[in-house]
Design a protein around this ligand. Structure first.
Ligand SMILES: *Cc1c(COP(=O)(O)O)cnc(C)c1O
Length: 380
């Protein structure tokens, strides 16, 4: 046998441009998070690591404002935690009602269907949100086991109000499952006060940690449903009856925790605790308002009404006659700034601008606004 060298290419040591990531995610990681990511490893059952796991869970409970015991980072990106939330709460035949007013609501339907759910939809045009009356009517019509809503729709820039939804869910014995990927650490969020039973999030948006680890929390009612299951969780890797034993007191090996991602995630949560949630939410709001005012001065409207517009993600309407893709390309090539195009119903209509976590800073907003002004002058 001879070794083939046909794929043995010679490559340069990795070089990456200093991008400012002002799209829908990932956002730039905080320098302290990147520093933690590069630290030497310990074993995944080392007493030092177990101490770190406990601290991470406590900090995550603070960031999410929950006392839920089963509050952990899942190995994988936000979509892994999204899948875990459905895999563990849905049994084949369960009616699952999803609020679809953007791309991620669609994804919830797709995932729930793959776990055998009888998926029902309540729909709104992209950029709008559901009222309590609409949700009550849909809950009573479908009487679902689970209601899935997206708190912060990154595809539309809309914030779904959640106060009062859990009370409606109690009327029909429904679990409330919420996507908080683009709200955690950037937008007011109270898991316990709002009665959310299941929530998942991501590390790469307002927490400013690279993608690869993702928060999940299950409240008492969700854990009870999990324990009552007639069928095994249909996803071995994300089965919380097993993963929960590694994060609980048993510390049983299930899969090797991504050690360095956990270091990074702990540091990201520590940064939130240092700043304080109130100050962090306020910072996100102020920088978003600076952006919205600056866009208005450039004659650019926002797609979502200000009452439920997200501070972490703005959908800016591309002015008539402007080539939106060319503007985004110009910003990347000339300013190292990434913004994103619209998806689905908003394809070709908006830019998506993220001001998330470490990136939610005044100087980024001012740089983006002057870069946009320059781009609009050159491109139309
Ligand atoms: C980004 C995002 C996800 C998925 O997270 P990934 O890290 O891309 O897997 C899910 N829901 C929402 C609302 C998001 O913005």
């Amino acid at each position: 046998m001879t070794v083939s060298n046909s794929h043995r290419i010679t490559t340069d040591q990795l070089e990456v441009p200093p991008r400012i990531l002002l799209g829908p995610g990932p956002s730039n990681a905080h320098p302290r998070v990147l520093q933690a990511l590069g630290m030497r490893q310990v074993g995944h059952l080392d007493p030092q690591f177990i101490g770190l796991m406990n601290e991470t869970q406590e900090l995550l409970r603070y960031v999410w404002q929950t006392d839920n015991r089963l509050t952990i980072p899942v190995s994988g990106t936000g979509s892994a935690a999204m899948e875990a939330s459905l895999a563990n709460t849905v049994e084949p035949g369960d009616v699952v009602l999803i609020g679809v007013n953007g791309y991620f609501g669609e994804r919830l339907c797709d995932m729930a269907g793959r776990y055998g759910a009888d998926v029902r939809r309540i729909e709104k045009p992209w950029g709008q949100v559901f009222s309590l009356d609409e949700l009550r009517a849909a809950l009573h019509e479908h009487r679902p086991a689970v209601l899935g809503l997206v708190h912060a729709e990154t595809s539309t820039g809309a914030r779904q109000p959640l106060e009062g939804v859990a009370e409606l869910c109690r009327e029909t014995n429904t679990l409330l499952l919420v996507d908080t990927v683009t709200s955690i650490g950037g937008v007011p969020l109270f898991i316990d006060e709002w009665g959310v039973d299941v929530a998942y999030a991501g590390s790469q948006k307002c927490l400013s940690c690279p993608p690869g680890i993702a928060p999940l929390t299950l409240g008492e009612r969700a854990v009870e449903k999990l324990n009552r299951r007639q069928t095994k969780v249909a996803n071995w890797y994300l089965d919380m009856t097993m993963v929960g034993k590694y994060w609980g007191s048993e510390r049983t090996y299930h899969h090797t925790a991504p050690i360095n991602m956990n270091y990074a995630f702990r540091e990201a949560l520590r940064l939130v605790a240092e700043e304080g949630l109130e100050a962090r939410w306020e910072r996100h709001r102020q920088n978003a308002e600076l952006l919205w005012d600056g866009l208005a001065e450039l004659g650019i409207a926002c797609h979502v009404p200000v009452e439920y517009r997200l501070p972490s993600l703005t959908t800016a309407v591309i002015p008539d006659g402007v080539d939106g893709k060319a503007v985004a390309r110009y910003l990347l090539q000339n300013y190292n700034i990434e913004i994103a195009a619209g998806l689905g119903q908003l394809g070709g209509k908006v830019w998506r601008i993220g001001l998330m976590g470490f990136n939610s800073r005044r100087e980024n907003v001012l740089l983006l606004l002057s870069a946009l002004k320059d781009a609009l002058k050159r491109i139309s």
